[in-house]
Design a protein around this ligand. Structure first.
Ligand code: ADP
Ligand code: MG
Length: 218
């Protein structure tokens, strides 16, 4: 499903090397976690896996297709079809209510409004927040905002879910709820990659990897 071979990442402008010769495979339906300290390259790896950035060297096979040399437009289309993201700081749109936030990826895909709302309602129900559909992010707790972000990530029914520090800043109970949602997605057959600095959160995954100074270890 996901196969990164000898991938390195050097940020052009600063010359900082964030990933060194990373080999990473996630099978279809697998739940993998990657633990690393701040600055170890977690977000860089997530951006590469999520087609938000390209490796400086190496090969990336997504569903068997070599995506290393696709154009920005091709990457963006593929990303919309296959990948859902949950980011650390939720990244919800403040002016939109929970339902509108969840429906946003469908708007970008050109899905018509009635279908958008119907699918967004289902995704919000899946994270237990139907009763907060009309609330804006500022009217929700951190844990609720992150559940809205999970609903937004799954509304397009992506086969791959990438979560970068999804529990950071949440209290233990809210963090546990978010991890339960990731586990449920895995149990439905989706591939889940959980990136975190928290060993306890990482423990929820079937397989755990460590990232240290840009190098990945099993
Ligand atoms: P983490 O998410 O584990 O904290 P990052 O992937 O964000 O780590 O960063 C890894 C390294 O790459 C750090 O040294 C960081 O300063 C550097 N880095 C991250 N993003 C950029 C960027 N856009 N330009 C230059 N250097 C970056
Ligand atoms: Mg990070």
């Amino acid at each position: 499903m996901i196969k990164l071979i000898h991938a390195s990442k050097i940020y052009d402008k600063s010359g900082v090397q964030a990933l060194y010769d990373v080999d990473f495979t996630a099978r279809r339906g697998e739940f993998v976690s990657i633990v690393g300290a701040s600055g170890s390259g977690k977000s860089t790896l997530m951006h590469v896996l999520g087609l938000l950035d390209t490796p400086s060297a190496g090969t990336y096979l997504l569903d068997g297709e070599d995506v290393s040399h696709l154009s920005a437009r091709e990457l963006s289309t593929l990303r919309g079809q296959k990948i859902g993201f949950v980011f650390q700081r939720f990244q919800l749109v403040e002016g939109m209510n929970a339902l509108e936030n969840v429906a946003l990826p469908l708007l970008l895909q050109g899905v018509v409004r009635p279908e958008r709302l119907c699918r967004a309602e289902k995704a919000l129900a899946a994270v237990g927040l139907s009763h907060r559909a009309r609330h804006k992010p500022g009217q929700l707790s951190g844990g609720q905002q992150q559940r809205v972000a999970v609903a937004r990530a799954i509304v397009t029914e992506p086969r791959v879910l990438l979560a970068d520090e999804p529990t950071a800043g949440l209290d233990p109970s809210a963090a546990s709820d978010v991890l339960d949602l990731l586990e449920a997605l895995h149990q439905k057959g989706n591939t889940v990659v959980l990136i975190t600095h928290d060993p306890a959160a990482a423990c929820r995954a079937e397989r755990r990897l460590r990232l240290e100074h840009g190098r990945l270890f099993s």
